[in-house]
Design a protein around this ligand. Sequence first.
Ligand code: PSV
Ligand code: MN
Length: 403
Amino acid sequence: MAGAWEIVRRHGQDPAKFAAALRDFHVETPSWGYGNAGTRFQVFAHPGAARNIFEKLADAAQVHRLTGICPTVAVHIPWDKVEDYSALHAEAEKLGVKIGAVNPNLFQEPEYMLGSLCHAGRAVRRKAADHLLECVRIAREVGSPAISLWLADGTNYPGQGHFRRRRQWLAEALEEVYAAMPEGMRLLIEYKPSEPGFYHTDIADWGSAYVLAAHLGPRAQVLVDLGHHPQGVNVEHIVATLLGEGRLGGFHFNDRKYADDDLIAGSSNPYQLFLIFNELVDAAQDADPAVAACAAGVAYMVDQSHNIEPKIPAMIRSVLNIQTALAKALLVDRQALAAAQDRGDVLAAEAMVRDAFETDVRPLLAQFRAEQGLPEDPLAAYYASDYPRRIATERGTGGKGWA
Ligand code: PSV
Ligand code: MN
């Protein structure tokens, strides 16, 4: 290992360990990121956007072929519903990918206008719980390791719902779902402070998700979606807290400026993305095996709905930005940082972290990819391939990523 790897040595790191950490790192891409999506104002059609789950898998396989780090694809039910899930499983394997997290959808049925698992009506709650149980069955059939639950339930007005009764209904439903999950399957609980409920949401923040997870058991963990925090929240601190408690289950990576904007990960706030990886890398090397195990089990997933950008290049860009954040975090000299923290050297500690962020890891990652037999520049390789032209011809203006 020479050339670009010199920068790793200069940061006091072992190139072999550094390369191993990069090789072990995988990011799951979402099926819904490959179809046309938009805002409530308009959905713009993009030539070649995937029209169904089979085309979404094919596109995800392209992203994996070019980046080498995206071997799994999250599905959303019923957007990706099929008759035969073992055939879907087989098709994914044929394409060189696997089905990842199964995402239930509790927000699009007319009955869910006033909630799903937290609805005041028993019949609606039953329907919603049955959908989660269906997702557990699907996850078993496609060999998925996780149910990734985002609950859209919430209210728009004070007095509209009874907070504690809703909490009770939610806990009861999730107990049933948790009990139905086979050994080895995890329930990832995602939180979001607003939208579609604008007065309150039933799982609003990491604390609410944590309490539910702790109540259910060790296979229930919290999922952090980077777009699901009020302005100014210190997300890396939340990440560190959940790692310390063994309850960080996964991420939905994306970027935002104002709300849940679902923009390309690392596009607007790459420093935050890096600081999150700084916590993850630190926890992975923790002397406490429980913390290190939690870090090792984190499911890294993208959750983006691309509106004005072509889907596959947007996904490649996101994945590369995420990998870049990891590479920079791996440069931090943990011992030197701990020493600076312990002697109260504020400026030295801050400089060490910032230095890693400001280091250009592009040559290093290009060389790493070349050593893996991957294109040094996956995005350029995608544009140079015949895939974009082929799908534009075959699929026309494409189909929706959702519905
Ligand atoms: C909700 O905003 C969310 O982040 C959830 O993860 C959904 O499953 C996903 O977006 C897709 O709409
Ligand atoms: Mn999400």
